[in-house]
Design a protein around this ligand. Structure first.
Ligand code: URP
Ligand code: ZN
Ligand code: ZN
Length: 475
């Protein structure tokens, strides 16, 4: 008989409400939700009982935007699939969707095989892949169909930024969108006007403006808004193909997204904790080279802009203009990595490490009244699962679903920092000093307890590859 676990006395939270029920798990799956007291009256026995009195029992976090071991900016993202998924588990995350990368001149299927090799046998929680297409040609277009049909990869990231690295021009984007419109997949877009940005970058450098803060000045929010609008127009021309704008940082981009959504287009958006909490002045512009820790693209925005980006993004989350919070976890150490950009901000590897802290940081948004508890669950677990074809296997606490569960203690406290809570493979924390009024208590990945009583109890290799279906939000 398969092992049984019973999570008793907690409040189970879904996007539609809270229920005082116990969760009975058998093996890797949720077997039943039992009215309070029923497990005693029915004499249900379990091998393990988790007492969740006073705690929230929520579906495990799903982070649909991570970059473990990404070769980027002349170095590699510092978390491996092993260290990154372990840190994710510490943060209540039970599934990540990482990006396999094809560059110009490379073969898509070979690049996917490389990513499978990096991840297989190393993950402590479940994982899936999107595919980055950095070189759109006939073969890459045909490979998109193959991946959708055979590999459970139903989403493709394209870049309007990073010329010479991942960039696609409008014609290539349109062709990939047309392909997606035929095979049912979703186009994910890095929407910044990289051609214009490169001009601004060179002008700043030529003026001797080389500090990390110029990373943000050279990537104005207007150019994120412009690219977002252009991507939306192209998706419409391609036949209302599902378009998901990644890592949105700016009100201008959000306005373009909202307008398209009100028009009924299949356009969706995600934002990340750094765009909800950090500012150019308080983070990127820190003295010396400290600001390098916060260099990511799109950049952290100014608090003195015409728009209040933080407030607008939180509103976007409340209004479902933004469907998902991911992290864009792409960690680099200061030593030997971020340091590559001393004296030239454009050489600082782009990215921050957050996979461990998204559930914590967005819960703090609940405490601050920005979103409801239910919306926290929805934006961090249920919508990611539905957006990327994993629901109801993932993203909900319901009979038949994988027993991916976070028991969250609203009375606990979390202090983030290298000498406090920090398990990512980084020599600093992007979130040093942030405090959260709540705490990860227990985490289960397909029925296995992976974090309990401030200890990691998971195992490398427990995490399985998840083949995904199509987006479940289509008109
Ligand atoms: O700065 C970032 N966002 N690094 C990761 C690569 C990307 O564009 O998502
Ligand atoms: Zn990107
Ligand atoms: Zn990314």
């Amino acid at each position: 008989m398969m092992a049984r676990t019973l999570i008793k006395n907690g409040t189970v939270v879904s996007p539609t409400g809270r229920h005082e029920v116990d969760v009975l798990i058998e093996g890797e799956t949720i077997l039943a939700l039992l009215e309070r007291g029923k497990s005693d009256s029915l004499n249900i026995t379990a091998d393990k009982v988790i007492d969740a009195t006073g705690k929230f029992v929520v579906p495990g976090g799903i982070d649909v935007h991570t970059h473990m071991e990404l070769p980027f900016g002349g170095t590699n993202a510092s978390d491996t699939f092993e260290t990154g998924t372990t840190a994710a588990a510490w943060g209540g995350v039970t599934t990540i969707v990482d990006f396999a990368v094809q560059r110009y001149g490379e073969n898509v299927q070979e690049s996917l095989a490389t990513w499978h090799k990096k991840a297989a046998g190393n993950c402590s929680i479940d994982y899936a892949f999107h595919q980055i297409i950095g070189g759109i040609d006939e073969q890459a277009l045909a490979d998109m169909d193959y991946l959708v049909k055979n590999e459970g990869i139903t989403s493709f990231k394209l870049f309007m930024a990073y010329p010479g690295v991942f960039y696609s021009d409008d014609g290539q984007i349109l062709r990939a969108m047309q392909q997606a419109s035929n095979n049912g997949s979703t186009i994910m877009m890095h929407a910044e006007n990289g051609i214009a940005i490169d001009v601004l970058v060179q002008q700043h450098i030529a003026r001797g403006e080389t500090d990390p803060k110029y990373h943000s000045y050279s990537r104005p929010s207007l150019l994120e808004g412009e690219a977002t609008n252009r991507a939306i127009v192209l998706s419409k021309v391609a036949g209302n193909v599902p378009l998901y704008i990644v890592h949105m940082s700016a009100s201008e981009a959000l306005n373009a997204l909202s307008e398209a959504r009100h028009e009924g287009l299949n356009v969706f958006g995600e934002t990340c904790p750094q765009y909800l909490y950090m500012t150019l002045e308080d983070h990127l512009a820190q003295p010396g080279f400290e600001g390098a820790k916060y260099v990511c693209s799109p950049p952290i925005r100014s608090k003195h802009d015409k728009h209040n980006h933080h407030a607008d993004l939180w509103k976007g989350l409340r209004m479902n203009e933004l469907a998902v919070v991911s992290t864009d976890h792409c960690p680099f150490c200061m030593k030997d990595q971020k340091e590559l950009g001393i004296g030239n901000f454009s050489k600082i590897p782009n990215g921050m490490g957050s996979v461990e802290h998204r559930m914590e940081l967005i819960y703090q948004g609940v405490v601050q009244g920005e979103i409801t508890l239910e919306r926290w669950v929805e934006t961090c677990s249920t919508s990611p699962a539905r957006m990327f074809g994993m629901y109801p296997q993932k993203g909900i606490i319901a009979p038949g679903s994988d027993a991916d569960i976070l028991v969250w203690d609203p009375n606990g406290k979390t202090k983030i920092g290298v000498n406090d809570k920090h398990h990512m493979n980084m020599d600093h924390s992007s979130w040093e000093g942030f405090k959260v009024d709540g705490k990860v208590d227990t985490v289960l990945s397909r029925g296995k307890v992976v974090v309990e009583k401030d200890k990691f109890t998971g195992t490398k290799g427990h995490g399985k590859y998840i083949k995904r279906g199509l987006c479940q939000y289509l008109n």
